[in-house]
Design a protein around this ligand. Structure first.
Ligand SMILES: [Mn+2]
Length: 407
């Protein structure tokens, strides 16, 4: 594997294309319509920014509970940046909780490291000359505030979620209309920022990861658009279909099944919405929530499912209400829906956001935080959150209906 990598590095160094040459090649390949000329501009900008930071070390922050799109895109960025002798450490603050993601990371050797935010605070972060956000704008990461506080400048942001606030970075590629960040990174690669080599084991694995990321963010290509298919077609020349199959075969754990079962039992349906609170769940099972939402939205006559629960993080003894929204209704904007129903916290940050057909939120339990041995109290606490969330959601689902119950 390493010899392959070395050969390809040597090859790349020997045939090192200048940014200008590379750009000419990109213009030759694309540049036919507006979209293509936009891409040429983007590649030009990114090349310039990476060139300016040649030889530096960067920290790549992805969401706390990384999904295949985030993981594979961060990896692709790491490989691209290596062409500019930039070394990247990919970090996330939460946990890999979805079975498929655990398998993905295991089977591909995907280079991402879990960090508890308090542990990252203790690290010497001055080695990093820049921070990179991939498939995120920092709002879904507890590590980003640590990196920000350490004064590390934000260099690159590549994301497809709707804008979550002002972003100040040297290079920003924010495309809410694009289905997957993996599509964007694949475009960078296809444009010549990285020469994929099917004899390079690492490239094959990264292409497989990107294919998985792209597929999972487009509901197995069912919501894919032309650009996603083009990206997938390109990746098909390099990816390992058996490896992808092995990743997708990973089985659901019993505990995830239990959460799905609870979601099914507790769900209420109104006007084609399915809303379900699943109560308390372990931090490790956090990803059961989007999986339950994925499942509920498959019911006949349901176009939108929202599933939420209280997750307890043992690392810092914090509790969070975590929720996921899945919709098949094209006219429903998950980002807008979540922002409008749940609003902002006292610091003025939204509790969540979304992208095309999917969204998520996190609400700190705050003053009511912490485990309590008293079952009655614990139950009461859940009921307060459950009712509050249902009430807020219902205001949008069924605006005319009064749902304020005081009895
Ligand atoms: Mn994504």
């Amino acid at each position: 594997m390493s010899s392959n990598l070395n050969t390809s590095l040597e090859h790349r160094l020997a045939t090192k294309t200048t940014p200008k040459k590379q750009l000419e090649a990109v213009e030759g390949k694309f540049g036919k319509d507006k979209k293509d000329s936009d891409l040429v501009k983007i590649i030009h900008q990114l090349t310039k920014v990476l060139e300016q930071h040649r030889g530096e070390r960067q920290i790549v922050v992805i969401q706390d509970f990384p999904d295949p799109d985030a993981l594979s895109s961060a990896w692709a960025y790491q490989l691209i940046a290596a062409n500019y002798e930039i070394s990247c450490d990919i970090v996330y603050g939460g946990i890999l909780s979805h079975q498929e993601n655990i398998t993905l990371v295991k089977l591909t050797g995907l280079p991402a490291t879990k960090y508890v935010h308090t542990a990252l605070q203790e690290e010497d972060l001055s080695v990093y000359k820049g921070c990179v956000l991939i498939d995120s704008q920092g709002t879904n990461s507890q590590l980003y505030s640590v990196v920000e506080a350490a004064g590390i400048p934000l260099i690159v942001v590549v994301d497809h979620h709707s804008k979550q606030g002002e972003i100040k970075a040297e290079f920003v590629d924010l495309r809410p209309q694009t289905r997957a960040t993996a599509t964007i990174l694949t475009q960078y690669i296809q444009s010549g920022m990285l020469e994929f080599d099917s004899n390079n084991e690492n490239h094959v694995k990264c292409a497989t990861a990107l294919m998985h990321g792209l597929r999972s963010d487009t509901n197995r290509l069912m919501q894919a658009k032309e650009e996603d298919f083009i990206a997938a077609a390109y990746l098909s020349r390099f990816y390992d279909s058996q490896l992808l199959n092995a990743i997708m075969q990973s089985a659901r754990s019993r505990r995830v099944m239990n959460v799905i079962e609870r979601a099914l039992r507790n769900c209420i349906t109104k006007k084609n919405f399915s809303i379900s609170g699943v109560g308390y769940l372990r931090y490790d099972d956090r990803d059961a929530i989007p999986q339950a939402a994925d499942f509920l939205v498959t019911e006949e006559d349901i176009h939108t499912a929202v599933v939420y629960g209280i997750v307890h993080n043992e690392d810092d003894d914090k509790e969070l209400v975590i929720g996921s929204l899945r919709t098949t209704k094209i006219t429903l904007d998950p980002d807008e829906f979540i922002k409008e129903t749940l609003g902002k916290d006292i610091q003025g940050r939204f509790f969540g956001g979304g992208r095309h057909l999917a969204g998520g939120f996190e609400i700190p339990v705050g003053f009511l935080n912490g485990f309590n041995d008293n079952a009655e109290y614990t139950k009461l606490k859940w009921e307060v959150f459950d009712r509050q969330i249902k009430q807020k959601l219902m205001r949008l689902v069924e605006p005319d209906d009064s749902v304020i119950a005081t009895d």
